[in-house]
Design a protein around this ligand. Structure first.
Ligand code: PMP
Length: 404
């Protein structure tokens, strides 16, 4: 993604970030809507986060031993997220989903998992699988190096298609350890769950004795203090977190039901470890970021307002130029899709005009707007953005779309 191959450009090398801006190595300033792919809900170099990092770094950067900070962060996560009773800190979203899967397999004594086509959960072998040609429910590895025998254990279903999903769950019922889902899809561009879809997953997993794993690596603390699980009122068995919880430093987590989490070593037999897990500098950054969010009672209201303004601006630009496209948005996550009128799932998302997106991306960059370099990603609005930045986004989009 960083190579910008999807948009036919050479990547800007970033020199620094400040609030809503990034500056490239040539000193050009951009309004940043990538936000490091999601973590930077407070913008770049937020003073409270920078201070926490500096203070902790001066006290030592890694101990390989427990710190009180970890307990504080764990407590905060457990207090915030309805379905998280106990939590383990790791260093990346990939580790979080990998560990959650191992735990789900251990807890159920089953091997097969179900994921949704177009959902991304990091580069875990078992999750690096999507639809193979014509065989939607047969796992085909996305990458060389993923053994077919591992991909075979990954069943696939179409996101937002309850009937097809129910069929796959029923087919594998007694073999299914877990259903893993991004409650709001962010990795095929933003796609919100249809009403009832997540509820169906909750019911169906219970029916067949599989665990429901919410990958809230993007949505956790992005869509509200209680995550997507709070927003949609669903209680998954396990939750994966990342991005925002690390305040822009490498940190992630998985957690959930106490009876499950108590199976993780050393309390239980399910092995999990990491030299830099719960790294004190990362934990300090995450705590500082989350405390900033918590101390601002209107943070999520504000993000909703800013997100809505961004949507209005982009829709206005589409309309003004007569460009066929649509904008999907949930809170402060949004994607402008070209060439399609609605996107509710993978097939509609992948029907989007990626060539036009690439030209739009490059045009926006020339206008000083830094977007995610792919049609199939979410842009992120942060609390560092103001209405003026969104007006700038809209004005730039109008100019760019007018000449596409
Ligand atoms: N899950 C989701 C939903 C993600 O979007 C990502 C990364 N974009 C991951 C997991 C993997 O996280 P990481 O890149 O930290 O390994």
């Amino acid at each position: 993604m960083r190579s910008w191959r999807a948009v036919g450009a050479n990547p800007a090398f970033v020199a620094r970030g400040e609030g809503p801006y990034v500056f490239d190595a040539d000193g050009r300033r951009y309004v940043d809507f990538l936000g490091s792919w999601g973590p930077l809900i407070l913008g770049h170099a937020h003073p409270a986060v920078v201070r926490a990092i500096a203070e902790q770094a001066a006290r030592g950067t890694s101990f390989g031993a427990p710190t009180g900070l970890e307990v504080e962060l764990a407590r905060l996560l457990v207090d915030a997220l309805p379905a998280v009773e106990q939590v383990r800190l790791v260093s990346s979203g990939t580790e979080a989903t990998m560990s959650a899967l191992r735990l789900a397999r251990a807890a159920t004594g089953r091997s097969r998992i179900l994921k949704f086509v177009g959902c991304y959960h990091g580069h875990v072998d078992a999750l690096l699988v999507r639809a193979g040609s014509g065989a939607l429910t047969l796992g085909v590895p996305d990458s060389p190096g993923v053994p077919g025998s591992i991909a075979d254990l990954t069943a696939l279903a179409p996101y937002n298609d309850p009937a097809a999903t129910r069929d796959v769950i029923t087919r594998y019922a007694a073999e299914l350890a877990a259903v893993v889902v991004e409650p709001v899809a962010g990795n095929m561009g933003v796609v919100s769950p249809k009403p009832g879809f997540l509820e169906m997953l909750r019911q169906e997993t219970e029916r067949v004795g599989a665990l429901l794993v919410f990958d809230e690596v993007i949505t956790g603390f992005r869509l509200g203090w209680t995550g997507a699980q709070g927003r949609y009122g669903i209680r998954p068995d396990l939750t994966c977190l990342g991005k925002i919880v690390g305040g822009g430093m490498p940190l992630a987590a998985f957690g959930g039901r106490r009876d499950l989490m108590s199976m993780v070593a050393p309390a239980g037999p399910v092995y999990q470890a990491g030299t830099l897990s719960g790294n004190p500098v990362s934990v300090a950054a995450g705590l500082a970021a989350l405390r900033e969010l918590k101390a601002n009672p209107s943070a999520y209201e504000r993000l909703e307002i800013l997100g809505a303004k961004a949507e209005t601006e982009l829709r206005g630009a589409l309309a003004a130029s007569g460009t066929k496209g649509t904008v999907n948005r949930v809170g402060s996550m949004l994607t402008l899709f070209f060439g399609v009128e609605r996107v509710t799932g993978y097939d509609e998302a992948t029907a989007a005009d990626t060539e036009r997106f690439a030209r739009y991306f490059r045009g926006m960059l020339d206008e000083g707007i830094y977007l995610p370099p792919s049609q199939f990603e979410s842009m992120f609005v942060s609390l560092a953005h103001g209405e003026d930045h969104l007006a700038e986004l809209g004005a730039a989009a109008r100019r760019v779309l007018a000449r596409l």
